[in-house]
Design a protein around this ligand. Sequence first.
Ligand SMILES: Cc1cc2nc3c(=O)[nH]c(=O)nc-3n(C[C@H](O)[C@H](O)[C@H](O)COP(=O)(O)OP(=O)(O)OC[C@H]3O[C@@H](n4cnc5c(N)ncnc54)[C@H](O)[C@@H]3O)c2cc1C
Length: 381
Amino acid sequence: MDFELSETQRLIRDTARQYAKDVVAPRARQTDREHRFPADLYKQMGELGLLGVNVPEALGGAAAGAVSYSLAMMEIAAACASTSVGMAVTNMCAELITQFGTDEQKDRHVRRLVSGEAVAGAFALSEPHAGSDPGAGKTTAVKDGSRWILNGTKQWITSGAYAGVIVVWARTSNDGNKGLSCFIVEGGTPGLTAGKPEEKMGLRGSNTVSLTFESCAVPEGNLLGKLGDGFKLAMTALDGGRIGIASQACGVGRAAIEASVRYAKERKAFGQPIGDFQALRFMLADMQTQLSAAELLAWRAAAMKDQKRPFTREASMAKLFASEMSNRLCDRAVQIHGGYGYIDEFPVERYLRDARVQTIYEGTSEIQRVVIAREVLKAAG
Ligand SMILES: Cc1cc2nc3c(=O)[nH]c(=O)nc-3n(C[C@H](O)[C@H](O)[C@H](O)COP(=O)(O)OP(=O)(O)OC[C@H]3O[C@@H](n4cnc5c(N)ncnc54)[C@H](O)[C@@H]3O)c2cc1C
């Protein structure tokens, strides 16, 4: 067991940290207040290797592995959770096409994703009536000569209105989960329209829209993976995606601690810094301990992914623990700030709003427990 980072991991973390400090953090408050999708950052993130951290160099990626990806996510999320979720989904789409795509698909789509040329990637699995249960999806894809015709509506799609490359799940037969297939749809394809952006409690700089497909035709070569393998592809992508959201949660949690420590040293009550009260010290001690535990879970899942070992259970445990942890920490951070924690002059109210969705997307906490329990029982034979 080695807790030291490799040179590559340190380089990626430091690059992301510097970029987060210089560019992402200074605009995070405006991004949130004005619900402004930071489209202009994607080219820059692409140039820094942050959109394809775990994608081979031959496809334009940084080839730095899943632990590096987790480290980079933590840094960007600590500065701006909205920016980090778009980064996460773009990495997820690039990795999925790298793993399951044909040479032509990789060449065309992965390069555009990791360079930021496509702006962002979008992952269109959820539907208005089917989130936790994607096998109940109703969007269809019907073969018509050399094209697939897609019809249906996807819901909650991160970066959906901006994404140049969208991975879409659609039903190609009525055979339950085996009837799902996966397609690549380029942004701007006729028949594809984005709904009005959702007014969200947090992550307001992230674009969340419904996507409607009305006789939307894509070439037959846009089927990703094998016909009927869509469910398998979704589960594979979500395993990796959960490391991303666990890392996002750790980044936001860390930012909440850093803000709390700054405030606890400056703010005085009863003639002394509030950080001298044992009540607050114990809060900070618990916060730091929970954060460190979550980071270790995220990095272990990522290390197992890098070692090409099964990591489904570890990714779900990391996502479950880290997302619940960041909600607790952000709530405590608001408490430490007193009344100032409740107004947007200090960042902790934003952290709390941003953290809230982490126990919901990429599989709710309840679904993580379903996955973890299944793996625990399976391992017991
Ligand atoms: C801001 C945001 C961004 C998102 N981005 C994307 C995206 O880019 N792409 C995408 O495809 N989706 C995205 N989602 C959708 C997200 O993944 C779903 O909201 C989530 O999976 C939950 O699905 P649901 O909302 O339909 O809730 P439901 O599935 O209806 O769940 C409602 C409640 O029932 C519980 N529940 C459901 N099934 C079970 C069960 N078997 N056991 C125990 N409890 C259960 C849930 O845990 C939850 O508490 C996003 C959502 C949000 C809010």
